[in-house]
Design a protein around this ligand. Structure first.
Ligand code: HEM
Length: 320
C-alpha cells in the first residue's frame, strides 16, 4: 500500500518537474474534444467563402511554422514588445497571411473544449482541411502537439526557412531531415499547386546572372509581369499554376513544360533524381495525392512538442 502511494506521488512530482515526451495519435481528442475536427472544418469553410485564397495561405503558414523549431504554433506569436523582432520579422516570411484565422478558429474551439486543444494542432487540422476543400486528398493526421512556450526571434526564422531561390540539393537535404524520401520531397512541393508568388521573390531568378534555365517564352511572360525595378514587386504576383485555387497535379504538368515559377520548380524536372517523380505525378494525380499525404504527415509530425512539453495556449497570438 505504502509502495503504491509512493509510486503515485513520485509520478506526480516527476510529471510536474520534468518535461516528458508523449506521442501523437489519431484519436488524441476523442475524449477531451471530440468536436474539434468538425469545428475547424466548418469554420475554415465559411472563412474561405469570403476569401478563396485562404487555403493557400494556411498551407504555407503551416510549412513556415514547422520549419522554425517545430510545428508548435510559434509563427502565430505577436512580438512581445516593440523591441522584440519575432519570427514574423524575418524577410523569408514575406507574404505569410491568415495568422489571425487560426486564432479565430481557436476561439471557437475554446468555447466547447477550454484549454484542451493546442494552436499547433488547430493549424495542422486547418491545413489538411485547406487541402481537402481545394480538391486534394483528405489526410488522416495524428494529433497531440503542444504549443511553444517561447518566442523564436527573426534570426532563427532566417536560418531555418528556405530562401526563395534555393537549389535542389539543399531542398532535398531540408526534407530528408524530416524523414522524407526523394519522391515525398517532390510531392510536398506540389503544395505550390495553390496560391501565388510575388515578383519580389523571383527577381533574382529573372534578372541576376542565370542560375537555372527558363523556357524563353515563359521567361518573357514572367518579365512582362514582373519588370525590373518595378515599385510594385511587393504587391504584383504570378499564380503558381493556372488552376491556382485547385489542389491538383497541374503544378507538375507546368513544371514538365518548363513553366515552373521558382528555381526549384524549374530544376526538379531536369535532374535525374527528381525527374521520374515529376513525370509520375504529372501523369497520375492519385499517385501524387498518396505521396503528398505521406509527406504531409512527416512534415507536420517532425520534432514536435508532446506530453507535458510546451503549453496549450488560450490565445494563439500570445504566450500568456
Ligand atoms: C524548398 C522549399 C520551398 C520554397 C523555397 C518555397 C518558396 C515559396 C515562395 C517564394 C512562395 C511565394 C511567396 C510569396 O511571394 O507570397 C511560396 C508560396 C507558397 N508555398 Fe512554398 N516553398 C517551399 C516549400 C513549401 C511547402 C513544403 C509548402 C507546403 C506544404 C509550401 C506551400 C506554399 C503555398 C501554398 C504557397 C502560396 C501561398 C499564398 O498564395 O499565399 N511551400 N513558396
Amino acid at each position: 500500500m505504502h509502495l503504491k502511494i509512493f509510486a503515485v506521488l513520485f509520478s506526480l512530482i516527476f510529471r510536474s518537474t520534468f518535461a516528458y515526451a508523449g506521442s501523437l495519435s489519431f484519436n488524441f481528442y476523442e475524449q477531451s474534444c471530440p468536436l474539434v475536427e468538425h469545428i475547424v472544418r466548418t469554420s475554415l469553410r465559411s472563412i474561405s467563402l469570403t476569401d478563396p485564397t485562404t487555403p493557400a495561405a494556411i498551407l504555407r503558414l503551416l510549412f513556415h511554422d514547422c520549419q522554425v523549431q517545430a510545428c508548435d504554433a510559434s509563427i502565430l506569436l505577436d512580438p512581445e514588445s516593440d523591441m522584440f523582432q519575432s519570427e514574423m520579422s524575418s524577410g523569408k516570411n514575406f507574404g505569410i497571411r491568415k495568422r489571425e484565422t487560426i486564432n479565430l478558429i481557436k476561439t471557437e474551439v475554446e468555447v466547447v473544449c477550454p484549454q484542451q486543444v493546442s494552436c499547433a494542432d488547430i493549424l495542422v487540422l486547418a491545413a489538411r482541411e485547406a487541402i481537402a476543400m481545394s480538391g486534394g486528398p483528405m489526410i488522416d493526421v495524428p494529433l497531440g502537439r503542444r504549443d511553444s512556450s517561447t518566442s523564436p526571434n527573426f534570426r532563427q526564422a532566417d536560418a531555418s526557412l528556405p530562401a526563395a531561390n534555393i537549389g535542389l540539393d539543399d531542398t532535398l537535404q531540408l526534407f530528408a531531415k524530416k524523414g522524407m524520401t526523394v519522391g515525398e520531397s517532390v510531392a510536398i512541393l506540389g503544395a505550390h499547386t495553390l496560391g501565388v508568388t510575388h515578383c519580389f521573390n523571383i527577381e533574382s531568378r529573372l534578372y541576376k546572372p542565370e542560375v537555372d534555365k527558363i523556357d524563353p517564352q515563359f521567361e518573357f511572360f514572367l518579365k512582362m509581369n514582373c519588370p525590373l525595378g518595378s515599385f510594385t514587386s511587393n504587391t504584383s504576383f504570378i499564380v503558381n499554376d493556372p488552376t491556382t485555387l485547385s489542389f491538383d497535379n497541374q503544378y507538375f504538368v507546368n513544371s514538365l513544360n518548363g513553366h515552373g515559377v521558382l528555381r526549384i520548380d524549374a530544376e526538379m524536372p531536369l535532374d535525374p533524381r527528381t525527374a521520374p517523380f515529376i513525370q509520375k505525378f504529372a501523369y497520375d494525380e492519385e499517385v501524387f495525392f498518396q505521396a503528398f499525404s505521406s509527406a504531409f504527415v512527416k512534415l507536420s509530425s517532425s520534432n514536435v512538442l508532446t506530453g507535458n512539453q510546451g503549453v496549450i495556449r488560450t490565445n494563439c497570438n500570445r504566450l500568456y
